[in-house]
Design a protein. Structure first.
Length: 164
């Protein structure tokens, strides 16, 4: 069942990043969708700084992935926006969530709808631009990520911003 969260301003998006940073663990996969300017990068930036990454997080425009190893868990940030479909096909994303080649971390993918295949387990957040700011739709697949989503929603309620 998808869950919706209202994000009236940028601070709310940042708060969601903070809440996510406490629940996401090594091996978590975060799929981000939503139009340009809907807040995908804002969310990853907040997530990153709350994980303890001090390096500025910018969208990986000219590289396929930006790796941030310095936080509580490593962050692998992908942005598929400028990639051609065949380039997306060539990305062997599984290597980042399988943990053999790279230390297991959090994989965050902007424009995840361009993936030709989906990971077995993930938390998907779709951001929509609405009159009142942004609306986030959260959906999880797989036991681990579903539990995580429940934890995120419970924490979110505690922050005082009511889910709709
Ligand atoms: N909940 C919100 N309400 C209004 N503006 C927001 C909200 N969250 C983020 N923003 C603003 O929207 C823009 C989002 O940009 P960005 O995060 O780069 O989006 P994307 O990565 O989806 O293209 C930023 O200017 C940010 O300040
Ligand atoms: Mg972006």
């Amino acid at each position: 069942m998808p869950q919706w969260i209202e994000l009236p301003d940028e601070t709310a998006t940042q708060n969601l990043g903070a809440v996510l940073s406490r629940s996401l663990t090594q091996g978590s996969v975060l799929l981000l969708n939503g139009d340009l300017g809907s807040g995908k990068t804002t969310l990853v930036q907040s997530l990153g700084s709350n994980l303890g990454i001090r390096e500025p997080i910018v969208s990986p425009t000219f590289t396929l992935v930006s790796e941030y190893p310095e936080g509580r868990i490593p962050l692998y940030h992908f942005d598929l926006y400028r990639l051609q479909p065949e380039e997306v096909e060539e990305l062997v994303l599984e290597t980042y969530w399988e943990g053999d080649e790279y230390p297991l971390g959090l994989v965050a993918i902007e424009w995840a709808e361009r993936l030709p295949y989906l990971p077995a387990e993930y938390l998907a957040i779709s951001l929509a631009i609405v009159e009142s700011g942004r609306r986030a739709k959260l959906q999880a697949t797989g036991k681990h990520h579903q539990q995580m989503l429940q934890q995120v929603l419970a924490e979110w309620q505690k922050t005082g911003t009511q889910p709709s």
